[in-house]
Design a protein around this ligand. Structure first.
Ligand code: P53
Length: 479
């Protein structure tokens, strides 16, 4: 068996979730309606849809999650038993500002997170918090058109300030917008809504709308970084990008060039958040396409002075592309330009499994952005079987984690990347973001519940639980 490299004692070993995917209690203690609350259940082949109001004949899995809202004290004990020293979750914006545009926060929501974070610390676990993880108030979508509207900058920074002020003694590591770059796949209405609260008409220019919304998010994020540092100079505020490296399919020069532009397109978000400016190729691209993105000199200053402290990122898979069909202009369109990588296997949901790509992505980001990194999601969505012995033998998940953790350790020990920690995604089973399913499971803790929310809700340690426990205890050496 392969033995890993050892990481330092202060390395953060954790697990990661998002409020809307596990809390449930969607109407408790004054919570408002988020975009996740009006999103129906879907599957690999049937996209989730947004219904304008909650309808009786539809299924909304985020309404119940896994009832973490009530069960967190016992769940945190399980996490501590696993050996976690950190826990990434998000603060549901709608618990603090139910509609998003209020001036005064909802005290019951703040109290809930204060209690949750206290309970974390009691268990020796430090919370790591995302401010906006696919769960913005639906009111901001309906009344303001989502992040296309610059008013949202004010609403978000008010939310961020309230959170930093209240929780700065409990939470050191923060992230502003989860997987802010998913929206580069702007043909798909799902990421446009989840990232930016955009619901577009056919005659809107979807790509231009995406660029404008992202710009407003960059401003809100940069302002949040500045506010955090004013409140407490110990706070670390990170970006959060979904790192799926895009490889050239062959060594053909045109394929190399295509893949390079694909990487630049998918990750310009990091350029803006880590370096504080837009790359020139993108400014030229906007010009050629007659896009008029509203960016002022003051905006440029805001971006420069609010660069992030670290790069949080998720890593699940890699992509590949080729130049075939390329017109004169060098472009990348995620909806059309991705191809199958013949060297890789896929999960049951079609996600290509590539541990090497994690190390590649880390080095790519390090070379470009020169910031500490934090792997805040990584994991394997699979169908699990609760067997007759009352256990879940998820050796496929152990293999996935083994290979990825080893790759991560090489990036740290051999390549010298400054890595803060590692929080595997959904270390307790929860609602899938893309499909709304329960049966697409990531956990090392099984939750006895089906896609309709039926089941005992009982928590069961999978084989991967004991494996990860051993990995943490040996600080990554005993894989
Ligand atoms: P699910 C797309 C590609 C990579 C990661 O995803 C993604 C997505 C959007 O779904 O999302 C992140 O549950 C996200 C989590 C999500 C997790 O990956 O679709 O930050 O909220 O649950 C896994 O299988």
């Amino acid at each position: 068996e392969t033995k890993g490299y050892q990481l330092t004692d202060d390395f953060l070993w954790g697990g990661a979730v998002a409020a809307h995917q596990l809390e449930g209690a969607w109407q408790e203690d004054g919570k408002g309606v988020s975009i996740a609350d009006v999103m129906t259940a879907g599957s690999k082949d049937h996209p989730r849809i947004v219904t304008d109001t909650v309808q009786d004949d539809q299924v909304y899995p985020n309404h119940w999650g896994i009832d973490f809202y009530h069960q967190y004290p016992s769940d945190l004990k399980l996490f501590a038993d696993m050996g976690l020293n950190c826990f990434r979750t998000s603060i549901a914006w709608t618990r603090i500002f139910p509609n998003g545009d209020e001036t005064k926060p909802n005290e019951a929501g703040l109290k809930y997170y204060e209690d949750l974070f206290n309970e974390c610390h009691k268990n020796g676990i430090q919370p790591v918090v995302t401010l906006s993880h696919f769960e913005m108030p639906y009111h901001l979508v309906k009344e303001y058109g989502g992040w296309r509207n610059k008013k949202l900058i004010e609403f978000f920074t008010r939310f961020a300030k309230v959170c930093f002020e209240r929780f700065h003694n409990q939470v050191k590591y923060w992230m502003t917008f989860n997987e802010i770059n998913n929206q580069t796949n702007w043909h798909d209405p799902h990421p446009l809504l989840q990232n930016s609260g955009l619901i577009l008409e056919d005659d809107d220019n979807w790509e231009e709308a995406m660029f404008q919304a992202a710009h407003n998010e960059f401003l809100a994020s940069a302002q949040a970084v500045t506010i955090a540092h004013q409140i407490d100079d110990q706070l670390q505020v990170g970006a959060m990008v979904a790192m799926c490296p895009i490889y050239p399919l062959t060594a053909k020069p045109e394929d190399i060039l295509k893949a390079q532009r694909a990487m630049e397109y998918r990750y310009y978000f990091g350029d803006v958040q880590a370096l504080g400016e837009y790359p020139q190729w993108l400014l030229n691209y906007w010009k050629r396409h007659d896009y008029e993105i509203d960016i002022t000199d003051e905006d440029r200053q805001t971006l420069k002075s609010g660069v992030v402290d670290y790069i949080g990122f998720s890593y699940y898979m890699s992509f590949a592309t080729e130049a075939k069909g390329q017109t004169n202009e060098l472009t990348f369109d995620e909806d059309h330009d991705l191809v199958n990588n013949p060297y890789l296997e896929k999960s049951d949901w079609g996600w290509q499994i590539d541990p090497v790509g994690l190390r590649y992505g880390m080095n790519w980001m390090n070379d470009r952005w020169h910031k500490p990194q934090f792997i805040v999601e990584n994991g394997f969505g699979a169908y699990d079987q609760l067997t007759d012995d009352g256990q879940v033998h998820d050796d496929y998940r152990i293999k996935y984690f083994h290979d990825h953790i080893l790759s991560m350790e090489k990036a740290v020990v051999e390549d010298g990347i400054d890595l803060i920690g590692y929080t595997p995604w959904g270390h307790i089973d929860l609602i899938s973001a893309s499909t709304g399913e329960m049966k697409k499971r990531y956990g090392m803790i099984y939750v006895d519940q089906d896609d309709l929310g039926h089941g005992s809700g009982r928590r069961i340690k999978k084989d991967s639980f004991f494996w990860y426990q051993k990995v943490i205890a040996s600080r990554g050496k005993d894989l």
